[in-house]
Design a protein around this ligand. Structure first.
Ligand SMILES: [Zn+2]
Length: 340
């Protein structure tokens, strides 16, 4: 969790953390208690009286309004009740904590020109007549592909360098599809006391152009490989032009819940309440599924063993098998699974 958010992240009793080195302290205008502020704090909250204040960072920041805690709680229970697995255990589930976080993004409008030279493997089967017998031949040829083109789009770039919260990747995907016109200027947004954390930007607007150009060029590289079904990319040139960008805060919720003496989490978008990602219990039926998968993989691989003539192959296969089975069993015994 960011040290610079100014608002404690957990809902635990307020134990003041050691102040970050560059933190300064100012007096709460409401109750006079000390509030620690770091240079990238966007919103500060008094931990004694709940007074909340937006601090203008010197550039415009827009906020996507967040659903309320009650609304998210309702979504959580709806989701649990309708879940084919968890629905049966509804009275064994209890909510442990609900955390409302605002995540900083830059919504970037761009256009880009690309040029590439690559290779694609094409497989052709044909039947030929060899001395009166019809034989099927498979031919693999490598085709050189080159093309250029231009694209334009919208992307969401994280406004902080290191965020490790659950669901951030999924929130990024949602962020670039959001309708910016529903966002409110941060100075006019009605900040609620129930907010747990507003993460500040540690990437400044003047850095966005360079960072966005690199990130988008890398993403377009994957897109080009996919679009042209390339197996190899020999030359890739991409020039990204950032047309404009906006600094935004996107709300999300993390709900942790207790089930059979363990804690699990679900991340929800605070914009529309959709589930971003869930870490869920492994129930007996999943355990059976994973072990069944491991057994099947072992069986299939054992069929392949007689074809592994050389010891090198044999050793390689055995190691691969052990790793594969170990992974599946580990996942099953680890007790969690991800659902997106
Ligand atoms: Zn106060």
């Amino acid at each position: 969790m960011s040290q610079g958010s100014g608002i404690p992240y957990s809902t635990e009793p307020p134990l003041p953390p050691p102040p970050p080195e560059e933190a300064e302290v100012f007096k709460c205008p409401n109750c006079g208690a000390p509030i620690e502020v770091t240079p990238d704090s966007l919103v500060v909250k008094c931990r004694y009286c709940g007074y909340i204040e937006y601090r203008n960072p010197g550039y415009d920041v827009f906020v996507f309004p967040s659903l309320s805690r009650e609304e998210i709680t309702r979504r959580f229970w709806d989701r649990m009740r309708t879940d084919s697995d968890m629905g049966k255990y509804i009275n064994k589930i209890s909510i442990d904590s609900i955390t409302n976080i605002f995540v900083p993004f830059y919504i970037v409008n761009y256009d880009a020109q690309y040029f590439f030279v690559g290779e694609r493997k094409e497989t052709r089967t044909r039947t030929v007549n060899v001395g009166g017998r019809v034989v099927t031949q498979t031919e693999v040829r490598v085709v050189k592909v080159r093309d250029s083109g231009s694209v334009s789009g919208v992307d969401a770039i994280l406004g902080r360098r290191h965020i490790e919260e659950l669901g951030i990747k999924e929130l990024s995907t949602q962020a670039r599809q959001l309708d910016i016109s529903v966002a409110v200027h941060a100075s006019e947004y009605k900040w609620k006391k129930e907010v747990n954390a507003v993460m500040g930007f540690d990437i400044e607007p003047k850095e966005v152009d360079a960072i966005a150009r690199d990130l988008i060029a890398e993403k377009l590289k994957i897109w080009v490989k996919h679009k042209y079904r390339l197996d190899r990319l020999n030359v890739y040139l991409c020039r990204v032009n950032v047309k404009d960008f906006k600094a935004v805060l996107v709300p999300m919720y993390i709900i942790t819940y207790k089930f059979r003496n363990a804690i699990y989490s679900i991340a929800f978008s605070g914009v529309d309440g959709r589930q971003l990602v869930a870490i869920e219990p492994v129930l007996t039926k999943h355990l059976a599924m994973y072990l069944g998968g491991a057994a099947t993989a072992t069986f299939v691989a054992s069929l392949a063993l007689p074809f592994a003539f050389r010891w090198g192959h044999l050793i390689f296969l055995s190691v691969a098998l052990m790793i594969g089975a170990g992974y599946l069993v580990g996942r099953a015994l680890g007790g969690v699974r991800f659902e997106r």
